[in-house]
Design a protein around this ligand. Structure first.
Ligand code: NAD
Length: 511
C-alpha cells in the first residue's frame, strides 16, 4: 500500500470544516467556486452553522485527476489490506460517534436519537465492507470441459462519484463510500449542499484511517458540481440518492455517457392498517414512521390506509390523530422532543404550501400543524404533525411526495382495495401492513409493487447484509444500494476459461 495521508494533511478539527471543506489529492482546500451557501440551524435560524463555498470547475477536475491517479495502486492493494483500513475507519466512527450525531443535529435538525440511528446504520455498512475479501470471491467450476477450468474475477471500476441527499448526512454517504473503496475503487463524495458537514467529516475520518492520497475526496456544491462529476471522463460510475425528478435525470445523463449508475429517488409509502391489527401496539410504529425526522425520510409513512368497516376506520383515524397531537416539537438536543424541525425556512414554506393545497383539494384537515411553534425554539423551522382525513386517491396529497410531517389518511373496505390504492402510486419504495392474519400478509407481499415491505413495522429498511432499493419511480437502475448488490455495482466481472497443456487428466481420470 502506498503511504497513507499524514495526520498533518488533515485539519485539526471540525471548526475548519466549513473554511476548507474540499479534500482534493490529500489536501484540504477552501472552495473557489462562485456560489457560497449559509447553513442555518434548522432549530434556530438565528444561528449560522457554517458558510460553505462550492468547489470550482478546476477543483472538481483536480479531484477527478487525483482519484484517477490513485486508482492503479489502490486497485493493486490486496483486499485484506483494504479491509484493514475499513476496520480502522469503523474504530474512528465509533470514537467520534457522538460528535458525528451532534453535527447531524445541527445541520439537519433531526433528534439526537434519530441522528445516532443515522450514524449507526452507516457503521453497519462499514462493518459489511470489512468482510470485503469474502464478498469479492468469485465463482469457479473446474473441469467445465475436459482439462478446462472456469472462474470469475471481479475488478473495480475506477473513479466513482457519490451524490447523496440532505436527509441522512451520515448513513447515505456510508451506503456508498465504504463498499466502493473496499472493492478497490477511488471515490469522490459530493455531500448534499443542504447538509454538507457530516459527509465531509466522514471523508476526513476515512482518510485518517489510512487511505493513500486521492483514494477519497470531497468536493462541495449542488447541481452544477454534480453535473461536472457525472460528465468527467475519469468518473466510471455514479451512485445517486435524492428526489425522483433529479434521480431520473442523473440516471439518463450518466447512462447516456456510458457510465454505470444507480439512482434512488423519492417515495410515497403506504401503511395498511387491517381490521385485525393490534392498534395499541401498532400506533407507536405508525407515528414513528410518519413523523420521525419530521417526515423527511424516504421510508417515512405518508399515507395511512385504514382498512375495515366505517367504525373501524374511524377508530384508526381517531387513534392516529390523538397520538400525533401528543408529539412535542423541539430542538434535536432536547430529549423530551418528539418532533424535530424541517430542514430550512424554504422546506417549511414548501410543506405549509402542501397543507394549503390539501385544504383546497377538499381533504379534511383533522390535525393542522401550520401554526405550530416550539416554546423553547421560536426561530425554528417547525411544522406540527398534520393529518388529513377524507383524502381520495386522485388528490395530489395522496400521490406526491410532501417530505414533511404530513399524513394522508385513505379509507378502504378490504385488503384488495387497500392494495389497489397502494399500487396506484407512481412510487414503489416501501409499504407496510399491520395485521395478525398470516394469509393477509402472504397476499400483501405477493401483490404489492414496492421494493421494501414491512409486516407490523413501519420503516422496513433492510439491514446492511441485504440491499436497499425501491421500484417504479423510486429507483432508476438495476443494482440496489449497499449489501451484495453494491459489491456487484462497484465491480465488473471477467470469466476466465483456461487450459494448461501438459496437465491433461488421463483418459480414465485421476486417482
Ligand atoms: P435533491 O434531489 O434535491 O438532491 C439530492 C442530491 O442531488 C444533492 O446532493 C444535490 O446537490 C444534487 N442535485 C440537485 N439537483 C441536481 C441536478 N439537477 N443534477 C444533479 N444533481 C443534483 O434531494 P434532497 O432534497 O437533498 O433529498 C430529499 C429527497 O431524497 C427526497 O425526495 C427523498 O425521498 C429522497 N431520498 C431517497 C432515498 C432513497 O433511498 N430512495 C433516501 C433518502 C432520500
Amino acid at each position: 500500500m502506498s503511504a497513507a495521508i499524514s495526520a498533518e494533511a488533515i485539519r485539526p478539527g471540525a471548526a475548519q470544516a466549513a473554511a476548507r471543506p474540499n479534500f482534493i489529492a490529500g489536501r484540504w482546500a477552501a472552495g473557489e467556486g462562485v456560489v457560497a451557501r449559509k447553513l442555518l440551524n434548522p432549530a434556530d435560524t438565528a444561528e449560522i452553522v457554517a458558510e460553505v463555498r462550492e468547489a470550482s470547475t478546476a477543483q472538481v477536475d483536480a479531484a477527478c485527476e487525483a482519484a484517477a491517479k490513485a486508482f492503479p495502486a489502490w486497485r493493486a492493494t490486496p483486499p485484506p489490506d483494504r479491509a484493514r483500513v475499513l476496520f480502522k475507519f469503523r474504530e474512528l466512527l465509533e470514537a467520534n460517534f457522538l460528535e458525528l450525531a451532534k453535527t447531524i443535529v445541527r445541520e439537519n435538525g433531526k433528534l439526537l436519537s434519530e441522528a445516532k440511528g443515522d450514524v449507526r446504520r452507516g457503521i453497519d455498512v462499514v462493518e459489511f465492507a470489512c468482510g470485503i475479501s469474502s464478498h469479492l470471491m468469485g465463482k469457479n467450476l473446474p473441469e467445465i470441459s475436459h482439462n478446462v477450468d472456469s472462474y470469475v474475477l471481479r475488478e473495480p471500476l475506477g473513479v466513482v462519484a457519490g451524490i447523496p441527499p440532505f436527509n441522512f448526512p451520515a448513513m447515505i454517504p456510508l451506503w456508498m463510500m465504504p463498499i466502493a473503496v473496499a472493492c478497490g475503487n477511488t471515490f469522490i463524495l459530493k455531500p448534499a449542499e443542504k447538509a454538507p458537514l457530516t459527509g465531509t467529516r466522514l471523508v476526513e475520518l476515512f482518510a485518517l484511517a489510512g487511505l493513500p492520497e486521492g483514494v477519497v475526496s470531497a468536493v462541495q456544491g449542488g447541481r452544477e458540481v454534480s453535473e461536472l462529476l457525472i460528465a468527467n471522463a475519469h468518473v466510471q460510475a455514479v451512485s445517486f440518492v435524492g428526489s425522483s425528478a433529479v434521480a431520473e435525470s442523473v440516471y439518463r445523463a450518466a447512462a447516456n455517457a456510458g457510465k454505470r449508475v444507480q439512482a434512488l429517488g423519492g417515495a410515497k409509502n403506504h401503511l395498511l392498517v387491517m381490521p385485525d391489527a393490534d392498534l395499541e401496539r401498532s400506533l407507536p410504529a405508525l407515528i414513528g414512521s410518519c413523523f420521525g425526522c419530521a417526515g423527511q425520510r424516504c421510508l417515512a409513512g405518508s399515507v395511512v390506509v385504514a382498512v375495515g368497516g366505517k367504525a373501524r376506520q374511524d377508530a384508526i383515524v381517531e387513534g392516529f390523530v390523538k397520538a400525533a397531537r401528543a408529539l412535542k416539537l423541539g430542538d434535536g438536543l432536547d430529549e423530551s422532543a418528539g418532533l424535530c424541525p424541517v430542514l430550512s425556512p424554504e422546506a417549511r414554506e414548501r410543506v405549509v404550501s402542501w397543507i394549503d393545497r390539501g385544504v383546497k383539494e377538499g381533504a379534511k384537515l383533522a390535525l393542522d400543524g401550520r401554526g405550530a411553534k416550539s416554546v423553547t425554539r421560536p426561530n425554528g423551522c417547525f411544522v406540527g404533525a398534520t393529518v388529513f382525513d377524507g383524502v381520495t386517491p386522485e388528490m395530489a396529497l395522496a400521490r406526491e411526495e410532501v417530505f414533511g410531517p404530513v399524513v394522508a389518511m385513505l379509507r378502504a373496505q378490504d385488503l384488495d382495495e387497500a392494495i389497489s390504492l397502494t399500487n396506484h402510486s407512481r412510487y414503489g419504495n416501501s409499504a407496510s401492513i399491520f395485521t395478525s392474519d398470516g394469509a393477509a400478509v402472504r397476499t400483501f407481499r405477493a401483490r404489492i409493487q414496492c421494493g421494501m415491505l414491512g409486516v407490523n413495522l413501519a420503516v422496513p429498511a433492510p439491514m446492511a447484509m441485504f440491499s436497499f432499493g425501491g421500484w417504479k419511480g423510486s429507483f432508476f437502475g438495476d443494482l440496489n444500494a449497499y449489501g451484495p448488490d453494491a459489491v456487484d455495482f462497484y465491480t465488473k466481472k471477467k470469466v476466465v476459461t483456461e487450459r494448461w497443456f501438459g496437465a491433461e487428466a488421463p483418459k480414465d481420470g485421476w486417482v
